[in-house]
Design a protein around this ligand. Structure first.
Ligand code: CA2
Length: 140
């Protein structure tokens, strides 16, 4: 069974609670339950942190044994050289995902410090971006 982890960064614990017009009205925990049912042939895990160092620690922890990381680093995507370095230091492939289409938004969201180290980037499909991210590791 493939081992895949979804890692969410800062503020994504507020999904479904605030800003539903951008991020929808479903909590991630609820969405994750459904995702696990739909992908019951996959060992799927979920981790969320608001702290850059904790995200890096998790990437190091799983990055030599898991089959894939679906990473929404939130705003750290646009600021964190350190998370980019962590991705390039591990063996496990990483797919960068975003709920919103970052290219339709402010210009500071157009640049990613992570994308160059990732297998690919998926954005703009709402929570379905995560399903597409998981799917990408299964068809690979
Ligand atoms: O679209 C995405 O998934 C983002 O990664 C979300 C980040 C944003 O900084 C990126 O540019 C794009 C922000 C996550 C904030 O999540 C919230 C969820 C509910 C309420 C408020 C914030």
């Amino acid at each position: 069974m493939k081992k895949i982890i979804i890692i969410n960064g800062p503020n994504l614990n507020l999904l479904g609670v605030r800003e539903p017009s951008i991020y929808g009205n479903q909590s991630f925990v609820k969405f994750f339950e459904t995702l696990k049912e739909n992908y019951n042939h996959v060992n799927l895990e979920y981790f969320q942190s608001n702290h850059e160092g904790e995200i890096i620690d998790k990437i190091h922890e799983v990055g030599f044994s898991y089959d894939g990381i679906v990473l929404n680093a939130g705003a750290y995507t646009h600021t964190s050289v350190a998370i980019g370095d962590a991705i390039s230091a591990i063996d496990t492939p990483v797919v960068e995902v975003h709920i919103s289409n970052v290219h339709k938004r402010e210009s500071f969201r157009h640049h990613s410090y992570l994308a160059a180290h990732c297998t690919g980037v998926i954005c703009g499909f709402g929570l379905n971006s995560y399903s597409l991210g998981v799917q990408s590791f299964l068809s690979a």
